[in-house]
Design a protein. Structure first.
Length: 253
């Protein structure tokens, strides 16, 4: 049996996929998820499915964010379900990773499913995952995030490597970049900077703080049912995001 997971934020789309699969021999739908975060939680609790129908544009965590969080050696076969533009479709075709355009057409659906059966039959998963990586490199939004931030201090400009940032703190209409023992003041709002940084690595844990997840060493309870995030070096910051979310993000980092 091909264990199958459906990940799509549109209930009607999930229902349509399930209906198309119900008469397919050898297919068992093990779950449905409305976004990448739910899918991460599912694969953490359950065995990784062999096949995943995956939407791209979803809230909280999109399809590419989910794939970036999964370990390559456990990656299932992916059929993208998307309304992406023609340029992205070309990337799918080059990578030979299958996709379905919304609204779904039954004949095209059967064709994609038959290709999956052949791939799984010959167990050429290394080749499948290599082609998937080509796709991720081509269209993954991670490639558009800056690797450095420029900080101006009078006539002097300092370039701060994004990966070196421990955490970011709001200060009125400015933000403070905490990098080891150094602090850099950047004229930008925390919300604008949050949108410029990779959500895979940076998480806003509080209205006043963004943390680099690679610097997080733990989460612990505080007073009145609140929690604190502990960073390397011992710094603690308040956590108002869900504890479960940050635990998932850290587990799949």
């Amino acid at each position: 049996m091909i264990r199958t997971l459906i990940v799509d934020d549109e209930p009607l789309s999930r229902q349509g996929i399930r209906l198309l699969l119900q008469n397919e021999p050898g297919i068992t739908v093990v779950g449905e998820c409305a976004n990448g975060a739910e899918a991460l939680d599912f694969v953490r609790r359950e065995t990784m499915p062999a096949l995943m129908f995956l939407d791209i544009q979803m809230p909280k965590m999109d399809g590419f964010g989910l794939l970036a969080a999964l370990k390559p050696e456990t990656m299932p076969v992916i059929i993208f379900v998307t309304a992406y533009d023609r340029h992205a479709i070309k990337a799918f075709e080059v990578s030979a990773t299958d996709y379905l355009l919304k609204p779904l057409k039954e004949a095209r659906f059967r064709e994609a499913l038959q290709r999956v059966r052949q791939q799984l039959q010959f167990r050429d998963l290394d080749k499948i995952n290599a082609k998937l990586q080509v796709l991720l490199n081509a269209v993954n939004p991670e490639n558009s995030y800056p690797s450095q931030l420029s900080v101006k201090d009078g006539e002097r400009t300092t370039f701060v490597r994004v990966n070196d940032i421990d955490y970011i703190e709001v200060a009125a209409n400015y933000v403070i970049l905490h990098v080891g023992q150094q602090n850099h003041i950047l004229r930008e709002t925390l919300t604008n900077l949050e949108n410029r940084l990779s959500p895979k690595t940076f998480l806003r844990v509080h209205r006043s703080f963004i943390v680099n997840l690679t610097r997080v060493t733990g989460v612990k309870p505080a007073l009145r049912g609140e929690y604190m995030v502990t960073l390397k070096g011992g710094r603690e910051l308040p956590l108002t995001r869900g504890v479960r979310e940050i635990q998932q993000r850290l587990e799949f980092l």
